[in-house]
Design a protein around this ligand. Sequence first.
Ligand code: SF4
Ligand code: SF4
Ligand code: SF4
Length: 260
Amino acid sequence: MRDKMKLKIGIYGLTSCYGCQLRMASIKDILEVSKNFDIVCWKMMSSKGEIEPCDIAFVEGSVTTEKDEEEVKMIREKSKVVVAMGSCAIHGGVQGSLFGEDYKKIFKEVYGENSIYYKARIGEPLKKYIKVDYNLPGCPPEENELVYYLATFGIGSYPEEKDYPVCAECRRNGYPCVLIEKNESCLGSLTVAGCNARCLAHNVACIGCRGPLPHNVAWFDSLALTFKDKKIDKEAIKKRMEIFGKQSGKIDEIVEKVFR
Ligand code: SF4
Ligand code: SF4
Ligand code: SF4
């Protein structure tokens, strides 16, 4: 009787490193957690891997081939809710950072005269092809956020996306500021929080792997002064933000606001 009440979950991967699915698989209590759901498809964990009707689809990876496009549209058709999981699915990811450049030219530089049998293109985020209901950021997402998304869906609620920057987590942890102290172009102030300032814990500047903030923050003016004071220019910040989030649609807007 209880099984009929379980949410049906699909976990899918388009073109990607499969790191988000691996992160999902390595949740500490995944076997316990998964008992609460009926997992109808999990591409990485099953040789069957067919797209099945489900309540929630978690999709990682970017649309990089014609097959990806067909798959993501089918996933949308068969799922009540679609979650873009990870930077590739949300913003196109690293493989989407070449968006706007000539695919054939880049292909030739990498593969020479070799050819491939499927129709490929530079990676694009899910939102360019289908309606996405929720974004679960990260490269890959953090375990606690994955569990939070599963748990909120599991109780019939919905997850709230964070709207504050990595700086907030960095300050809360009391890490030294690499921007102020080492003149490094840290993107923590422009990147959506959730990783608990993972890189700053190791004194390494944030490169924005979780993607740009969804909203502006109050300290953009003082941030611009700090960047200028440190001789970090607009183009350098933009280029860095584009590594993971080129197709977010927010980068130009944020950078212009910071450096206006
Ligand atoms: S978001 Fe990162 S971890 Fe996830 S599939 Fe893309 S590259 Fe891999
Ligand atoms: S700029 Fe970087 S180092 Fe400084 S507070 Fe923000 S996240 Fe931390
Ligand atoms: S600190 Fe920045 S680069 Fe490091 S995990 Fe967090 S968002 Fe990604």
